[in-house]
Design a protein around this ligand. Structure first.
Ligand code: GDD
Ligand code: MN
Length: 373
């Protein structure tokens, strides 16, 4: 009975050829035109469009939901309390069963007319991944200022070190991939930041059969770009994770970098208290330690753990737990250092080993205690 009904339903609905995932953050003016453009180029395909919204506040969501309510082929995924282009796209992927899945921006900058060529390349078996390239013959980045062009070139060159499959435009957010291949790669994705195509290609152990499709990047006419200064940081984090992430957590490296800066802050405070305030060494060292700890906490909070940033009263309790954990780290540091020193290791090895073990302890303890997910 149910089987019969399901069969009937499938016949009515037709077979899904492909899904187009569109990440959305405040694109109210672009949604309707985008759907119309995609609809025009994909006639003949049974396609669904999946919008993934991260809490738009400009009415995008209302527009999307009213369109989706009237049309089965348009779906909306709402995420609450989350931000991030890559992870939004991943959730779109996980929500569809279409054998071919494409990803494009929701601001009309990607030229939808190349979608059929990308989809056809996968359907015919010519490639497992097809991507829109602004740097292939016939493609272009449009009217970018010289500095943006230069940044993009440097970023593209840096990407070369992590890719198993060379791409002419690894920064592209416009591509299509076989769903099964994506699902194979998905558990290894970093999902950090903006660059999901690069993440995919860098996370697959073997080269992928790719096809590039040139296109001209359009200028944005409505809404604003969501790129901010954090993008650069997230990009470097993604690259680091792909390069050394298996050996050391990238957050440990960032924590360590903050610690090095914190040491300089400590020395500056100590010097200030001794010479400026004429404090005794014990008082000066004590205040410098507290000051440096607070500095480390605040910087880690906005840099290393910006994805779990503490605010309001949780900033205060976080600061307390951070100081407590680092206090224990300091005891371990001194204890281990002293032990090694009495075992006749040279002073600097003993000192360095103590500091290193103390820092790793601080990282582990505060990632659990202070910035627990
Ligand atoms: N769900 C969600 N969450 N969507 C987001 C987020 C987010 O945190 N940030 C941005 N978006 C959406 C935007 O609404 C837009 O539809 C798309 O992602 C691209 O964002 P833009 O702010 O327009 O970025 P861009 O134009 O500078 O860069 C994009 O285009 C490049 C060229 O292909 C990015 O997609 C790049 O990855 C891409 O290379
Ligand atoms: Mn854009």
């Amino acid at each position: 009975m149910y089987a019969y009904k399901l069969d009937e339903f499938a016949q009515q609905a037709g077979r899904l050829d492909c899904a187009i995932i569109v990440p959305i953050l405040n694109e109210a003016a672009n949604i309707q035109p985008l759907i119309e453009k995609i609809g025009t180029v994909l006639t003949g395909y049974d396609a669904e469009i999946i919008f993934v919204d991260d809490g738009s506040t400009d009415g995008s969501l209302e527009i999307l939901e009213s369109i989706a309510a009237a049309n089965r082929s348009i779906r909306v995924i709402r995420r609450i309390g989350r931000r991030g282009l890559s992870s939004a796209v991943v959730e779109g992927f996980l929500s569809t069963v279409a054998p071919v899945v494409a990803v494009m921006d929701g601001d009309l900058q990607h030229d939808e007319s190349v979608l059929p060529a990308m989809i056809a390349a996968l359907q015919s078996g010519e490639a497992d991944l097809a991507y829109g390239s602004r740097y292939a013959g016939g493609g272009s980045v449009g009217d970018w200022a010289a500095d943006r062009l230069m940044i993009s070139n440097v970023a593209t060159r840096m990407a070369g070190s992590v890719m198993k499959t060379p791409l002419s435009d690894p920064m592209s957010g416009f591509f299509a991939i076989r769903r099964e291949l994506f699902l194979d790669i998905a558990p290894r994705l970093s999902q950090a930041g903006y660059k999901i195509l690069l993440d995919i290609v860098a996370s697959h152990p073997e080269p992928i059969r790719v096809k590039q499709v040139p296109y001209k990047f359009r200028t944005r006419t409505a809404g604003e770009s969501k790129l901010d200064s954090m993008v650069v940081l997230e990009y470097v984090e993604l690259l680091l994770e792909k390069l050394v992430g298996r050996l050391v957590p990238v957050k440990l490296l960032m924590f360590g970098a903050v610690g090095l800066v914190g040491t300089l802050v400590h020395l500056a405070l100590l010097w200030g208290a001794l010479t400026g305030l004429g404090a005794s060494f014990a008082i000066a060292q004590g205040s410098a330690t507290l000051g440096a700890m607070t500095f480390n906490f605040a910087l880690n909070n906005v840099f290393t753990y910006r994805d779990r940033k503490l605010t309001g009263w949780r900033w205060v309790t976080g600061w307390l737990s951070f100081c407590a954990a680092c206090g224990i780290g300091a005891v371990a540091n001194v204890g281990i250092g002293t032990l090694l020193y009495t075992e006749a290791w040279s002073w600097w090895i003993a000192g360095l080993a103590g500091a290193l073990i103390g820092s790793v302890w601080n990282y582990a303890a505060t990632s659990w205690l202070t910035w627990r997910k």
